[in-house]
Design a protein around this ligand. Structure first.
Ligand SMILES: *Cc1c(COP(=O)(O)O)cnc(C)c1O
Length: 370
């Protein structure tokens, strides 16, 4: 069986380093808000090319707390509109509604499946105060155009980087383009902890300070609470695991890019599937390799029978989720709905062998021949 993603094979590559780091934390006697977190924050900020990184408990909190901090700073208010891609993972949208702001859904570009600058422009109203682009599947959004629109209309921009650690345009990485970037280190993400974790990166000192307080009960100084904060800290063990994993991230990304290149060449002749598009190798870190097909279920069944596990990201669009009941009733989102009915994610585990990749390619070709 070729699994969709084997966390065990990924982490066992670094087993000794991870165990050493774990022992270091156990023996230190310091488990929350200590030297490992401080070191990880500084190493991750340096990796992203930003001044600051602030560790939090998970990726959703990274998004929620950034918006919350902008509210505390008076830059956003309840009822403001935030433009967000309609075909994102629901977390991006939850972070907006959780803060009492209004998500405004826009359709993606049909080629890249990322948010379309043209559609952003068309969605701007008097109430629009921010844009939340998502680097979906690992592909960086058209950030130069998005930042230009933001400047023109004086909007804040928060990048959802949960799927795109290290993706860049001419060396400028995700998270460093906008006013802030939110990351998830959920175990299955490209940079994954061995549990839940997340971070915000920014060059804005004031924003960083408010988020640092919010993640720790709204307190800058013990027992003095400036804000009604939350408990969303990244603990020492996970910070230590992430310091090990960060050192190997670029090598894992390079392997993902190799596998993607093999798929793109191997499947180029299969007319019945639409392959992902990419202009420049560094722009895509291939969190997911997503194809589009009219006969998704039959192909997925065929692959499973051949011993290949696939997944769907995502089967139900956020606007169609029960959680949002009728909130998005006025929307017409044909592209998003088509995407959700046609996408299929092929395995792109950095520990997969070339033999596995070739096998998946030939199984897909065999399906379309018969
Ligand atoms: C995974 C993910 C998140 C949330 O991260 P968690 O750590 O699971 O809370 C947010 N946005 C996107 C696009 C994601 O893929």
């Amino acid at each position: 069986m070729i699994n969709f993603l084997s966390l065990k094979s990924i982490n066992s590559q670094y087993s000794n380093e991870l165990k050493d780091a774990c022992s270091r934390v156990i023996d230190s006697g310091w488990y929350i808000m200590g030297p490992e977190l401080e070191a990880f924050e500084s190493e991750f900020a340096q990796y992203c090319g930003t001044e600051y990184a602030i560790g939090v408990a998970n990726g959703l909190d990274a998004l929620v707390l950034t918006i919350r901090a902008w509210k505390e700073l008076g830059k956003l208010n309840v009822g403001d509109e935030v433009i967000v891609p309609a075909n994102t993972y629901i977390a991006s949208i939850l972070a907006i509604s959780e803060n009492g702001l209004t998500p405004v859904l826009v359709e993606p570009d049909e080629e890249t499946l990322n948010i379309s600058p043209t559609n952003i422009r068309a969605a701007i109203t008097d109430k629009t105060k921010a844009i939340l682009p998502v680097h979906l599947y690992g592909l960086i959004c058209p950030m130069p155009q998005i930042m230009e629109i933001a400047q023109e209309f004086e909007l804040l921009v928060l990048e959802d980087c949960a799927q795109a650690h290290g993706a860049n345009m001419d060396g400028k990485k995700v998270g460093s383009w906008a006013h802030a970037g939110a990351f998830s280190f959920y175990p299955g993400k490209n940079l994954g902890a061995l549990g839940d974790a997340g971070a915000i990166v920014t060059n804005d000192n004031e924003l960083a300070n408010v988020i640092r307080a919010l993640r720790n009960y709204g307190s800058h100084r013990k027992y003095e609470n400036q804000y009604k904060g939350v408990n969303s800290r990244l603990d020492e063990i996970q910070a230590a695991m992430l310091r090990v994993k960060l050192k190997h991230l670029d090598a894992e990304t390079a392997r993902r890019q190799q596998i993607a290149a093999k798929y793109l060449i191997g499947l180029a002749t299969v007319e019945q599937i639409k392959l992902p598009t990419v202009n420049n190798q560094n722009e895509h870190v291939w969190h997911l390799f997503v194809i589009q097909t009219d006969c998704r279920q039959d192909l997925a069944d065929h692959l499973l029978n051949s011993g290949v596990q696939t997944l769907i990201h995502y089967p139900i669009a956020p606007h169609a989720q029960q959680a949002y009941a009728s909130e998005f009733d006025g929307y017409d989102l044909p592209i998003t709905e088509r995407i959700h009915s046609q996408v299929l994610s092929l395995p792109i585990d950095p520990t997969m062998s070339d033999i596995d990749v070739d096998f998946i390619i030939s199984s897909i070709k065999q399906f379309y021949k018969s």
